[in-house]
Design a protein around this ligand. Sequence first.
Ligand code: SAH
Length: 343
Amino acid sequence: MIDIKSMTIPELEELLTGMGEKKFRAAQLFQWLHQKQVTTFDEMKNLPGSLREKLSQEAVITRLETERKLTSQLDGTIKYLYRLADGNHLESVLMRYKHGNSLCISSQVGCRMGCSFCASTKAGFVRHLTASEILEQVYAAGRDTGERISGIVLMGIGEPLDNFDNVMQFLRLVSTPEGLNLSHRHISLSTCGLVDRIYQLAELDLQITLSISLHATDDETRDAIMPVNHRWKIGELMKACEAYTQRTHRRISYEYALISGVNDSVEEAARLAALLKGSLCHVNLIPVNYVAEAGYHQSSRQRIYAFQKALTDRGINATIRRTLGADINAACGQLRREAMKQE
Ligand code: SAH
């Protein structure tokens, strides 16, 4: 079956002309799928009956079914657990800020990167999400809240650059004027640092924000918590980041999860500042979320502030990420794991 919601307008044009239809039908079809978000071809009233009939036989319209929804009483954060057509689960989180709604979406079912502090990777990797499954997370949250999603972060379950083609297709679809028409400037993509893919991404020269999950400043520490570092050392990663900013002129955001006694000393902060000196960057400090298997604990507030100060004193812009949805305590990967346990 054709996954029609994963197709761009030029691809639909090719499909439809191959079926003997006029080119302009592609934009109409795209609008039904991506703006009106209908669930059947029958509803596409301005398309010829014969075409609707043919499409119903040959194509499917991806739609996410909400299995669970948790709303924070503290800050309105919403966590969604969806069931996919093949029974797999995926999660998204809607965060409400003064400047608008930001949605954190998943790119894979599970993850194969194996970071020691991350819940998403513990149950292993199942499969890549299709472009339409990535996109439907955005549409489903919009349908549920009736509000516009003004920003997207690819920071949920999965490694987006490990699912490169589908994620790039998603970026094309979400910014299409006949669809959601969301500017790439409002999208962040977070990676644990697949260096070959960072170069590939740089070539595309997109306006998205690249976030690098760094979490350590020396190879020994990073090797111990992030297996990807065995493949590409910090030096190689930083070189790729430099090439990325040179090509795109976009500021890179570095994620740094502070783990008590592992990577949170002021010496570490000074090393981080030295590593980033002179580059167009921003550091996002994240108090690590507790994950039972890893046994890591959050650094004390005092240590977090000291780390931040050590950075800003050296001219590196650093903010501490606010914890949202603490009462629905379901940091990424956790709802899916609960659902798997129940099955
Ligand atoms: N695979 C991508 C995106 C998903 S993870 C990546 O690695 O960037 C999104 C962010 O959450 C990453 O910065 C990741 O390192 C971080 N993260 C994962 N587990 C965490 C935890 N227990 N506490 C704090 N941050 C965590």
